[in-house]
Write a new protein. Sequence first.
Lengths: 446, 446
Amino acid sequence: MRSFDTIIYNATLVTVNAAFDIIPRGMIGIINGKIEEISAMPDGFDIPDGIEAIDAAGGIVMPGLVNTHTHMPMTLFRGLADDLPLDVWLNQYIFPAEGKWITPENVRLGTALACAEMLLSGTTTVCGGYFYEDAVAEIVSQAGIRGVLGQGVIDFPAPGVPDAGDNISAAMAFTQKWYGLLPTIQPSIFCHSPYTCSQKTLKAAKAAARSQGVLFQIHAAETVLEQTLIEGSGNMSPVQYLDHIGILDEQTLLVHSVWVDDKDVEIIANSGAAVSHNPESNMKLASGIAPVLKLLSSGIAVGLGTDGCASNNDLDMFQEMDTAAKLHKAQTLDPTVMDVRSVLKMATIGAARAIGLDRKIGSLEKGKQADLLIIDTHQPHLVPLYNPVSQIVYSARGSDVRDVMVAGRMLVRNRALTSLDQDDILNKVKVLSRKIAALKRHGRVL
Amino acid sequence: MRSFDTIIYNATLVTVNAAFDIIPRGMIGIINGKIEEISAMPDGFDIPDGIEAIDAAGGIVMPGLVNTHTHMPMTLFRGLADDLPLDVWLNQYIFPAEGKWITPENVRLGTALACAEMLLSGTTTVCGGYFYEDAVAEIVSQAGIRGVLGQGVIDFPAPGVPDAGDNISAAMAFTQKWYGLLPTIQPSIFCHSPYTCSQKTLKAAKAAARSQGVLFQIHAAETVLEQTLIEGSGNMSPVQYLDHIGILDEQTLLVHSVWVDDKDVEIIANSGAAVSHNPESNMKLASGIAPVLKLLSSGIAVGLGTDGCASNNDLDMFQEMDTAAKLHKAQTLDPTVMDVRSVLKMATIGAARAIGLDRKIGSLEKGKQADLLIIDTHQPHLVPLYNPVSQIVYSARGSDVRDVMVAGRMLVRNRALTSLDQDDILNKVKVLSRKIAALKRHGRVL
């Protein structure tokens, strides 16, 4: 036995490597945060002395989940307003709530809550964006979860950027500060959408992202109405418009892409841009159903995402996998589409590819980062276990995650957070949310 | 304070009564298995001596969930075969597996596993059917969960009924034995479908159910092809056919009802029959999306159900609520439909109405049975808590259920089963499933 820092043993390993190898009684050796060995347990396996040895107790070990789209601080607005027309939900609840309550301090609190929820449910990498992203990055780095963090750009006064004319320079300052600072944090620029950012803003933001080699994220083709809201796009679809003005390339992540036709799919595929698929948010907001089968068959990198808590209302990637697997079957009336392996890939290696991290994460392979989770399968809803991939997609819940590791560091151990103070976060959120609820009850602007 | 057997206090009570009252800091007093008082906690509330007093710790107390459709023993086939065309799935996997493995002993084991899973995730009443239903009823009565249990009727040789000619008499023997035997068990007759039962069988089974005053359950209008499979139905839809031969009345539960047109909806509404809506199973098997909004607006009693584990693959009613709330929004592109209250009703009082038990269960009201659950809300994915109904439908998971009571009896206490030996069940299921998996691997008939 080589001298690892940590070994995990007695596990069914679902590697999600290219061959989709499943190792029934396997072990993983970790050195310096990386997977150094992944194999069947040797005969006569002994627990070595002097290193951390984690008994997976016959459970499943799989790559950590990669959530390609959320807005972490919006956990503060979970359940604040539901089942409303989109314009009422946004203009009467979400935008006013953000205007009033989004401060750096509250962003830190909402981000801590999001990190707690995500880590406990097996998410090891989160991609998304918001305002005061510097405060987000601060908490994400404390939590230890891997993050691709986009400073928001929008052509309205926004939290932390009261003068929209400063939106690009604020984004550049954020990416410059965080670029290369920590191995687990990649800064990014997040333009809100083609209908809330002018052509000039979109081009300048993309130029800034290109100049620094960071991911450019944008909500695109989310609703059927979006096309009519984009100034100066003429008859072009949102995707055609973004392509026309030079936004699409290998470092662009299009979030949602619900209303894309065959021509749009071809444009995305040719550009090398990726897509974040958020089925639960698209369902809850009644945006529609993204043509994910076409996106995948065109070779586009598609990653799953939960979207923010106000439109889901959780950050549980296990439920998102279950929904993704089922939704497209119902729509196409074909039970063979979106099989469990395709779905699991979309939440791991496919998601990693969509955000440019597939060389580092997304599968359990020698040389990759030790970003992984252990599922406790000794529970009524997880037996029998004929097929661990089916169990992961269709039967497991976020709460079945026992341990979580990012870059070799245990961030969840026996269902408890090691890097965050859960009770402190919950208690502070309760205090804040009572104030938000009181204002809502009194009929005042949020 | 009156002398209750049990009180539950320090809870947000989501009553699901006609006024949909929510009592922020409430208490429930229970005598002899019934709710005797439900109210706000009085000022200066003291924990009384000498009775069981359960502190809900500020969590949510709600009516127990009512699963209107499943096949409990099929937990044994969870994840055995997924993502296959319906005929391959049924004929090459499920039917052969049932033929080989469904014995009274295995039915008892699979039922125990189902009861464990359901109780732990807050289901207090289960309706469904299978073969060897006597063995099912035996375990259900031990588990203490409330059951509407249908002996299966089909025109093929079936487990326990090798001669299909005996199917009605077997069903009658079952209902006679269990009718009135225990307050928590209602026997029922479950005809498999209009395409696997002849007109003669359907009529005889319905006559038997009528003569004993028990619920008649039947899968109906599940797939688009079903109409072509019904012999002698001519141009009639499955619902028209069942109406034509006199099957539909107030004690008929139509399971699925995916392929029903406006005329069918009118027929169902006029007959007084109810519908079990199983969105996750309908999605996974690519059956389609039931027109639930129309069913509800026509006044039909609609209850949620999970279906069996082979087509879901779990029995978690919380996930089923979440999916039901979102699916119909995506289909109609209207975010206001299937609001959280409508969905919660469909899993509680509406479901109770669909199976004829709404006078006894389905809401927290004085005089009703004490069938309820406590949700532990002090968790990252359940804060903030602006709206407990939104939290129940969109954010909670089965694993958030801390305690479960049926007829005043605590069946889950601090997430542990009191009436079943969980480890014993899990270990026995593991042993059996290894045998099933071994045969599957060797390519032999299941």
